[in-house]
Every structure is written in structure tokens, then in C-alpha cells.
Design a protein around this ligand. Structure first.
Ligand code: FES
Ligand code: FE2
Length: 448
């Protein structure tokens, strides 16, 4: 614990007075970053993966909780468990691979072995080891992390025992997750092919950018121009999502086309209205989804939704669907893991469209992601100065923010903590406040 950090020097939260500001220190201070790892990432719930990443007995995959490697394994009994991916002997990672299937994990160092339920099956040369009884009395099994839970196939864990239930942590943001999961009665899967990349900037730039509607037309003009060009050349089958069409962003006046919902515990979603049209891979099941879930819920499935589940998971649904996991490495370095996310069992035409539009927009080789990472790095350069301390990027939407929801959230029985709805150019920034309030809550032990 340090007494060097005072919350009021880091976050100026006087929303009633129209003021919410965040200090540059949150992005440029290496010592504060260490505290973040400990308290934000290793002190509370994190997203770890999908149950569908280990569908069969003895399947496993590995993940990270802050700095800590973890192993998620499905045992002979069909149950998923999450262990520290660390051998009790001398700490070596017992599963060095991202994914696999094995009845027995054999440690690469001295060959202690563990079954898929984490039970130690063999200690090499145990009988000849002249161990004291005290050693035999110890538990040699893999250590399960203190909290591990599943919400509809999404797996979360916490290295800290003292956290609210997963249900409480996710709260009303579960309704946004439902819109993704309900797209198939068989759940979600990761399209094969994981992408990892780093950018030289703070993790909170990614945290914010996912739900930053203000940057789209400024940062991604080449993507917008490419789509407009395509639609001009091939108007008969124009693939033109309302997200990328400039008319979406031009909408003004009283028409409500976009907004945000912020939830307790740091979750938030930026949304934009999109037509139920053929530009989205769900279109071939639009009627079926309306029959099953009602029109309001179906229409929400088609809306652009960029969702953050604090602090490390994001699902962006627009032209395609992307799952992102944020791994902070240093105050000025972040690793991203991203996948194309898809409903299990969709038609091959829908899957093809999903993948093609994913490649267009999302991949590091696509037309949008490199723009974003380049501006994060520009921000980090500019954020290296200590003064002036306060940033001005959390103020748009201040006077249109309302407590609770609106008719659009009511239509799916969702009650956010606060919300904003308006034109495409309102581009709310108040939803970020939810991140920083949750950040402050988790950082309590490091701040005065
Ligand atoms: S570190 Fe695993 S067997 Fe020695
Ligand atoms: Fe972007």
C-alpha cells in the first residue's frame, strides 16, 4: 500500500456540477500501474474465456488473470475447473499451450503429473525421495482459484475471494450478454484463429475506445470511404451497415439513433440503431429470432452494440462480432487477444459474411483496428506530460445523462445505472465514468 495516491488527485467526480475529469497519471504512472494490476486485475472478477473452448472431457485452455497464468480444464466428470497454471513443486506452468486435450498434465520440469480435475497423480520417485511425513500430509493437487463462475457459457474468475457473486458483478449488463448468447440455442463459439497483438499505450485507451462513438468518423475515414466506394460500384448488393454509412453519423435533430447505457461495477455499452437488413450475418434468421424473443429483442440483436464488461472483456457487434480480452503489460504497453465470435450452428453463408466483414474491420490487418492502435500510441506520447493533469475526454453528454434507463432499455427489461440517447453526433462520453468509478472501487486498497 502506498500513501502516494489520493483518489481526488486522480478522478474529479463531481457529476452533479457537470464535472468529471480523469488525471493523466492514470495512463503515465508506472507505480500506479503496479497497483492496478494487483487491485483491478488480480483483486476482482475477470473474463477468462468461453465454456465452448473446452467442450469435451479432458479439454483445456489457458488464460491469464492479471499476471497470473490459469488453466481451465474439463474433468472426467464433465465439470469445468480453473486452476493456477503453476506446479506446486517449483511453480512451472504445467500447461504451456493455449488449448488441448489431455487426461494427464505432466509438468515439464520434474514430471509431477495431474489429471484433468487437478488431482496430483504422480510425484516422480516419491518413494525414494526420503520425504518427511509432513510432506506426505500436504495437498499436492493443483490449486483452484478462489472464485470461478459461468454465465451462459461465459467464464469468469477472481483471484480474490472477497468479491460479490458473479451474478451481482454482471448485474444488468447480463441483458446485453443475453443478446449475444441468444443468437443461437447452442451458444457461442470462437471462429478458429486467435489474434494477439500489442500496442505501446495504456490499457485504458482500449477500455475507452470500444465505447467511444466520437472517434469513428475521424479515425476511420479510409474504412468509411472504402465501403462507400464499394456500395457505389455494386449498389445491387451493397453491403453497407448503418454503422459505416455516413448518414448514421449525420443524423441530427430529435431523432434518437445512438446512445449508451452504463451499469454498476464498471460495465457499459455504446449502441447505434441499425436496420434489420442483409448487411448482418443474422439476417437469414431475423424472423425466427423475432418469433422466439419478440421483435424488440430481435431488433436489439441487430443494433450496433459495443460492450465492455469491466475490466478486461469487450464484445463489439456491428458488421461482425468480435471478442476482445485486454491484458495490461506495463503502463505504456498492452496486449490484446481477439477472436471472431459467432453463434454456433449459423448457416455457412452467414458465417462467410461474418468472417469477411470481420477481416474488413476488425483484424490487425483490417481497415479499422490499425487506425485505433495508432491513435492509442499517439495518445500515450501526449500523455507522457504530467501537466496539465486533467483530461477533457469524459464530458460529452453531461447534460443529457439520465439516471436509470429509457424506453429502449425498457423494451428489453433492462435497468442500467444511467443512460444517454440522442443523435449520431451526440457521441456520449459519460459512460466512461462507469469504468472509472469501478476502477476507484477496486483500487480502494491502494488509494487514500
Ligand atoms: S516444477 Fe513441476 S515437477 Fe518440478
Ligand atoms: Fe475505432
Amino acid at each position: 500500500m502506498t500513501d502516494a495516491y489520493r483518489l481526488k488527485d486522480l478522478i474529479d467526480d463531481r457529476a452533479e456540477a457537470g464535472v468529471f475529469r480523469v488525471s493523466r497519471s492514470l495512463f503515465n504512472d508506472a507505480a500506479l500501474f503496479e497497483e492496478e494490476l494487483r487491485h483491478v486485475f488480480e483483486g476482482g472478477w475477470l473474463f477468462l474465456g468461453l465454456a465452448s473452448q473446452a467442450p469435451e472431457r479432458h479439454d483445456f485452455f489457458t488464460a491469464r488473470a492479471g499476471r497470473v497464468p490459469v488453466l481451465i480444464s474439463r474433468g472426467q466428470d464433465g465439470e469445468l475447473r480453473c486452476f493456477l497454471n503453476a506446479c506446486p513443486h517449483k511453480g512451472a506452468r504445467i500447461a504451456p499451450f493455449p488449448t488441448g486435450n489431455t487426461k494427464l498434465h505432466v509438468c515439464p520440469y520434474h514430471s509431477w503429473s495431474f489429471d484433468s480435475a487437478g488431482i496430483c497423480k504422480n510425484i516422480k520417485w516419491q518413494k525414494s525421495g526420503d520425504y518427511a511425513d509432513a510432506f506426505h500430509e500436504q495437498d499436492h493437487n493443483l490449486v483452484q482459484i478462489p472464485k470461478f463462475g459461468e454465465y451462459r457459457g461465459l467464464l469468469f474468475g477472481s483471484l480474490n475471494e472477497d468479491v460479490p457473486s458473479l451474478e451481482e458483478h454482471l448485474g444488468e449488463a447480463r441483458k446485453m450478454l443475453d443478446l449475444v448468447v441468444d443468437q443461437s440455442d447452442r451458444g457461442l463459439e470462437l471462429v478458429p484463429g486467435r489474434v494477439r497483438f500489442t500496442y505501446a499505450a495504456n490499457w485504458k485507451l482500449q477500455l475507452e475506445n470500444c465505447t467511444d462513438q466520437y472517434h469513428f468518423t475521424s479515425t476511420h475515414p479510409s474504412y468509411i470511404r472504402a465501403l462507400e466506394d464499394r456500395s457505389r460500384k455494386n449498389s445491387a448488393e451493397a453491403v453497407q451497415s448503418s454503422l459505416s454509412s455516413s448518414s448514421f453519423w449525420k443524423a441530427g435533430g430529435d431523432e434518437i439513433v445512438a446512445g449508451s447505457f452504463a451499469f454498476d461495477h464498471g460495465h457499459a455499452v455504446a449502441w447505434g440503431k441499425m436496420d434489420v437488413g442483409p448487411s448482418l450475418p443474422l439476417y437469414d434468421r431475423a424472423d425466427e429470432l423475432a418469433k422466439r424473443f419478440g421483435e424488440a429483442r430481435r431488433n436489439w440483436m441487430f443494433n450496433m452494440r459495443n460492450l465492455t464488461v469491466f475490466p478486461n472483456m469487450q464484445i463489439a457487434e456491428n458488421a461482425s462480432s468480435q471478442l476482445r480480452v485486454i491484458h495490461p503489460i506495463a503502463h505504456d504497453m498492452t496486449e490484446m487477444e481477439t477472436w471472431c465470435l459467432a453463434p454456433i450452428g449459423e448457416s455457412s453463408a452467414a458465417r462467410t459474411l461474418r468472417i469477411r466483414q470481420y477481416e474488413d474491420f476488425f483484424n490487425p490487418t483490417g481497415m479499422a483496428t490499425p487506425d485505433d492502435t495508432a491513435v492509442y500510441e499517439e495518445c500515450q506520447r501526449g500523455l507522457s506530460t504530467r501537466e496539465p493533469s486533467w483530461l477533457q475526454g469524459h464530458a460529452r453528454g453531461s447534460i443529457s445523462t439520465t439516471a436509470g434507463g429509457n424506453s429502449l432499455s425498457d423494451s428489453i427489461d433492462m435497468l442500467p445505472a444511467f443512460s444517454v440517447a440522442g443523435s449520431g453526433q451526440l457521441a456520449d462520453e459519460t459512460l466512461f465514468r462507469s469504468y472509472y468509478r469501478a476502477w476507484a472501487e477496486r483500487m480502494k486498497g491502494a488509494l487514500v
